[in-house]
Write a protein that binds this ligand. Structure first.
Ligand SMILES: Nc1ncnc2c1ncn2[C@@H]1O[C@H](COP(=O)(O)OP(=O)(O)OP(=O)(O)O)[C@@H](O)[C@H]1O
Ligand SMILES: CC(C)(CO)[C@@H](O)C(=O)NCCC(=O)O
Length: 360
C-alpha cells in the first residue's frame, strides 16, 4: 500500500509530497525514514525506450523519538501528514538497511586516533562481514550476501545498560547529558589500572601497559568511598569504556570465529560519539592485533528503518540512488540549521539528504 500526501511544510510553503514512510520501533527509540518528492516531480516518471525510469527526485528524511514518548512520534506523523505505509522492523531489515552503504558515498568510515576516514565500499568486496547492532541490547549478525545472513551472537550488555546504569549512578536526565559528561571524565578515579596493581609499571611480560584497565569499576570497591564521592563525569566515562570495550571484544571474538575481517557497527548507542567509536575501534584493533577493522556508519541508528524503507514492495534494494550527499538537519517543522557540518556532525535523529528513487 502506498500513501502520498500533499503537505505544506517546507520553508516557503511549497507543497512537499510525502511518500513512503518506514518505522522501526525499538526497545529504546523509534526511528522514522521517509521520502519527500520534490514539488513538481512526477510520482510516475517517464520511461525511456527500453523502459528505464528517469527516477523521482526528492529528499530522504530521518527522525528519531524515544519509544516511551510514542505519542510525540504519532503527533509528528499526524502533524506532517505522513501516513504509515508498511515496513516493519525485524532482523532482516537491519541487514537490508546495510544496502544503504552501497547507495551513498561517504557512509562507512573507520575511526582511529580521533579521525574519521571514509571508505568507499567496493560492492564486489563487501561480503562476508559481521554487523554488530548496538541498540538497547546487542545483536551480532554474519552477513554473507544480499539477504544472506545469520544472527550468530548477542549480548544484553548494550546501549540500554549504559543509559540505564548511567542514569541511576549519575542522576542524568538524558542520554545526551550522560554522553556529554563522559567528555570531562577520567576513568582512573574508578577503574583499577594495571599500574595500580603493579606499582605503576607496565606488565610487559604479558603485554599489558600500566594504563590498561585491569578491572572496570575496580576502585569503587573501596570501603571509604560512597557513590557521592565519585564524580558523575568519571562514572560516565568508566561506564562508556566498560561497555564499548566489552562489545568490541565480543565482536572481535565472533569475527575470529567465522574468519571475518570487517566489522560494521550500527545502532543508536554509537551516535558518532568519538570516545565510543575510539574505544570500540581500539578494542577491535588490540584484540585482533590489527587483523580486523571496525567500520562505522553515518546513519548507524537507522539501519532497521532504512531496511524497512528499502523493502517496499515496489522498490528493489538497488533503486535508491543518493545522488548528492547534502545532509540538512531538520527539526519537527523541517527547518534547516546552517551551522551543521554534514560529515562530522552527529545525526541526532533529524536529517535529510537529497536522493532519487528509481522504479525497478
Ligand atoms: N536520545 C536518546 N535517548 C535514549 N537513548 C539513546 C538516545 N540516543 C542514543 N541512545 C542510545 O541508543 C540506544 C538505542 O539504540 P537503537 O535505537 O539502535 O536500539 P533499539 O532499536 O531501541 O533497541 P533494540 O533493537 O535492542 O530494541 C539506547 O539504549 C541508548 O544507549
Ligand atoms: C532482543 C533484541 C534482538 C531486540 O532488538 C536486542 O535487544 C538484542 O539482541 N539483545 C541481546 C539478546 C542476547 O543475545 O543476549
Amino acid at each position: 500500500m502506498e500513501h502520498n500526501r500533499e503537505v505544506e511544510i517546507d520553508g516557503n510553503s511549497n507543497p512537499i509530497q510525502i511518500s513512503r514512510l518506514a518505522l522501526d520501533i525499538g526497545g529504546s527509540l523509534i526511528k522514522l525514514v521517509y521520502f519527500s518528492r520534490n514539488s513538481g516531480d512526477d510520482e510516475d516518471p517517464p520511461k525511456d525506450k527500453v523502459g528505464v525510469s528517469s527516477g523521482v527526485n526528492g529528499r530522504l528524511h530521518f527522525a528519531m523519538f524515544e519509544t516511551a514518548k510514542i505519542n510525540d512520534c504519532l503527533q509528528f506523523i499526524s502533524a506532517n501528514k505522513l501516513l504509515l505505509g508498511g515496513g516493519f522492523q525485524h532482523q532482516e531489515n537491519c541487514t537490508n538497511g546495510m544496502s544503504f552503504i552501497k547507495a551513498v558515498n561517504q557512509e562507512a568510515f573507520t575511526y582511529l586516533n580521533g579521525s574519521k576516514e571514509f571508505v568507499q565500499i567496493n560492492h564486489n568486496d563487501l561480503y562476508p562481514y559481521l554487523l554488530v547492532n548496538i541498540g538497547s541490547g546487542v545483536s551480532m549478525i554474519k552477513v554473507d550476501g544480499d539477504g544472506k545472513f545469520e544472527r550468530v551472537s548477542g549480548t544484553s550488555v548494550g546501549g540500554g545498560t549504559f543509559w540505564g546504569l548511567g542514569k541511576l549512578l549519575t542522576k542524568c536526565q538524558s542520554f545526551d547529558e550522560l554522553l556529554e559528561l563522559s567528555h570531562r571524565g577520567d576513568n582512573k578515579a574508578i577503574d583499577t589500572l594495571v599500574g595500580d596493581i603493579y606499582g605503576g609499571m607496565d606488565y610487559s611480560k604479558i603485554g599489558l601497559s600500566s594504563t590498561t584497565i585491569a578491572s572496570s569499576f575496580g576502585k569503587a570497591t573501596s570501603h571509604c568511598k560512597e557513590l557521592e564521592d565519585y564524580k558523575p563525569e568519571d562514572i560516565s566515562w568508566s561506564l562508556l569504556r566498560m561497555i564499548s570495550n566489552n562489545i568490541g571484544q565480543i565482536s572481535y571474538l565472533n569475527a575470529l570465529r567465522f574468519g571475518l575481517k570487517r566489522i560494521f557497527f550500527g545502532g543508536f548507542f554509537i551516535r558518532s560519539h568519538s570516545y565510543t567509536m575510539d574505544t570500540i575501534a581500539v578494542a577491535v584493533h588490540f584484540w585482533s592485533k590489527g587483523e580486523a577493522k571496525a567500520m562505522f556508519l553515518r546513519h548507524e541508528g537507522f539501519l532497521g528503518a532504512l531496511g524497512a524503507f528499502m523493502s517496499y514492495e515496489r522498490h528493489s534494494l538497488d533503486d535508491l540512488v543518493v545522488n548528492q550527499m547534502m545532509p540538512l538537519p531538520v527539526n519537527a517543522s523541517l527547518g534547516t540549521d546552517t551551522n551543521y557540518d554534514p560529515l562530522n556532525g552527529d545525526i541526532n535523529g533529524t536529517e535529510s539528504i537529497q536522493c532519487s528513487v528509481y522504479r525497478a
